[in-house]
Design a protein around this ligand. Sequence first.
Ligand SMILES: *Cc1c(COP(=O)(O)O)cnc(C)c1O
Length: 232
Amino acid sequence: MSDLNLQQNMATVQRRIARACQKVGRQPSDIQLIAVTKTVDCSVIEQSFHYGVTDIGENKPQEIARKYDLIERPVNWHMIGHLQSNKVKLIVDKVKLIHSVDRQSVVDEIEKRAVAKGIVCDILIQVNIGAESQKSGIATADVKVLLEYVERCQHIRVLGLMCIAPYFADAERVRPYFRKMKAIFDELRTIPLQKSEIKILSMGMTHDFEVAIEEGATMIRVGTGLYGTRNY
Ligand SMILES: *Cc1c(COP(=O)(O)O)cnc(C)c1O
């Protein structure tokens, strides 16, 4: 993979998306690509807009706050990393979607800040699908309770689910986890909801997004596949 050739990297990602879709009879237009820009310079992020990037994801609220002021062209921001309550205020009125909501205390803080700003905040519930102790996300058994909790908040809507699946060198081995996410997603879709609408399934990263698409992802989050290896 070329680190610097954004055009070629984007073409490769698009080709991989198309091939995965073709395999299972889905349309590439049904897959929203989130370009993950953590550690990527603003000048490079802006270059990538020329190749069709419309939505970018960052995992640190401070980075969203910093880059938000530096990037002038309109772009949709996604908060994809672990979110502490005391950082919600940095991003609540800047992002299109928060992917990483996994507990009531963060919901309470988002509601409070959204009320103060007079906005409605769209979120995904992050699920710890591999039950990995080092990963964020709510346990699968508790997803429905959190969804019902958010339904009682006036200024937040749940639009779906997100996961960071366990890592396997052989991406095929992650398939059961993505399949389980899709099953939870489909189950939630049967619950009657007032404001929330379960329609986004955010799963799949550079090395496993084909499997995620085959299993029903509607949003994939791709960093190294577009911008090359990260330099921390
Ligand atoms: C970094 C990151 C990604 C992208 O990972 P790549 O392997 O570089 O595609 C996706 N999702 C989250 C939450 C991340 O932190």
